[in-house]
Design a binder for this molecule. Structure first.
Ligand code: AMP
Length: 420
């Protein structure tokens, strides 16, 4: 071990587990790529004000969890705590919404940073794959995103996840509800911090995990009863489209989520094998966000799925992904001359698109064969002086154990044939 360790709340991805992370990113993004979403990448940090305005001044993310820094030039930056505000900022900056092709559909994958209290499934550095559909108000778009996330989880083999769905109303009906809720909450027996929250972001109080708070909330006014007709119709259409696609969901009136920008559709994917950090992904519609960050009116919807927790969910369900072996052929040279020749063969194989590796470091046959086994390679090539004198190498099928001499010049063609 070195003198240093990964910072608190972070961890390193190392082989072989790291392969699962890559496969999860791939599985989540594949349905997006097949559905018209283009890849976007934004910087790991942004002007702090973007998140303050975009995510919300009253949210835990902004008030407690942001990694902020002042540059030598005096700029106030923050490591990105989430993806949506950055992606929308970038789309506006590049005028993607003016290209006349709405919605602008984008997907991304990357690292996010929140100064949270670390625990199982909650880290200070984590990884998300996200999708945003910008500039269109259409219930089919909300439905599309929920269906694609469901498809991604299912493709990975996950079964014990649930989809929670709610509508938060819009700028017409939510303020009316907000006021009714505040009036109700002000009469409850709550601590100072929660009282402050009533004034800033009362919907978040509904999200309080404490039993004594939840007990007092039984008779709280329900947002459902305050939704305007347009929001109701919109929500019904989203529900109908998801249902028609055979995607099962649960209506969850308490689902408010931790970010301020959501309007109408909100949803969360939870996994029942993860304990308290059960949300594997979430998202919703954010019709007002563009204007909040100085852009035009651009109704949009999106989600972000957590890669770390998706891997934990796979482990909780005992799902082993069918990861293809990374090495197909492993070359074991016996002696200096064989080393030169086999290294050349390996280079040739790689150029022919065959994944090949080599026993580096001049180890003996036994140790090198152990490495060959560990590599998962289907075939090994072994060559010693006698083989070379005959212009051949020994090709061993690691599954059947069969071994035969193959003329050197024919090795690439023979392997290509055998590997199909
Ligand atoms: P949020 O933006 O908070 O809705 O997060 C979306 C998803 O990112 C969550 O459902 C989690 O899977 C993941 N996520 C958020 N915060 C963390 C964290 N601190 N550690 C690990 N995963 C996280």
């Amino acid at each position: 071990m070195s003198t240093f360790q990964a910072p608190k709340g972070t961890y390193d991805l190392t082989p072989p587990r790291s392969a699962t992370f890559l496969a999860v990113r791939e599985a989540i993004s594949a349905p997006l790529r097949d559905s018209g979403y283009g890849y976007i990448e934004t910087p790991g940090f942004e002007n702090v004000e973007l998140f303050a305005r975009g995510v919300g001044e009253s949210t835990d993310i902004v008030t407690k969890e942001m990694y902020t820094l002042t540059t030598k030039g005096g700029d106030q930056l923050a490591l990105r705590p989430e993806g949506t505000a950055s992606v929308l900022r970038a789309a506006l900056e590049a005028n993607l919404h003016k290209a006349g092709n709405l919605p602008v559909k984008l997907w991304y994958s990357g690292s996010y940073y929140r100064y949270e209290r670390p625990q199982a499934g909650r880290y200070r550095h984590f990884s998300q794959v996200g999708a945003e559909a910008i500039g269109t108000e259409d219930p089919a778009l909300d439905a599309e995103l929920i269906i694609l996330a469901d498809q991604a989880y299912r493709a990975l083999g996950l079964r014990q996840f649930r989809i929670l769905l709610n509508s938060l109303g819009d700028k017409e009906c939510r303020p009316v509800y907000r006021e009714a809720l505040q009036t109700f909450l002000r009469d409850l027996d709550l601590d100072e911090e929660t009282r402050r929250r009533i004034e800033i972001n009362p919907l978040r109080v509904l999200d309080d995990k404490r039993a004594d708070v939840q007990k007092q909330l039984t008779d709280a006014p329900k947002l459902r009863d305050y939704l305007c007709d347009a929001c109701k119709a919109y929500h019904e259409e989203v529900r109908a489209l998801i249902t028609a696609a055979g995607v099962v969901f649960e209506d969850d009136e308490k689902l408010v989520r931790g970010l301020d920008y959501y309007t109408r559709t909100t949803f969360e994917f939870v996994h029942d094998g993860l304990g308290s950090q059960s949300a594997v992904g979430g998202g919703g519609r954010y019709d007002g966000l563009s204007e909040m960050i100085g852009g035009p009116e651009l109704p949009s919807v999106g989600w972000a799925l957590g890669v770390d927790r998706t891997v934990l969910a796979l482990e909780a369900e005992g799902v082993e992904l069918d990861l293809p072996a990374t090495t197909s052929v492993y070359a074991v040279p016996l002696g200096e001359e064989a080393r030169r020749v086999l290294f050349g063969v390996v280079t040739e194989l790689r150029r022919a698109g065959i994944a090949a590796d080599f026993a580096f470091g001049g180890r003996g046959l036994k140790g090198a064969m152990k490495s060959a086994n560990r590599s998962g390679a289907r075939y090994t090539l072994v060559a010693g002086e006698r083989d070379l004198a005959e212009g051949a190498v020994q090709l061993k099928d690691m599954e059947s154990g069969e071994q035969s001499a193959v003329p050197l010049a024919e090795v690439p063609a023979e392997l290509a044939k055998r590997l199909g």
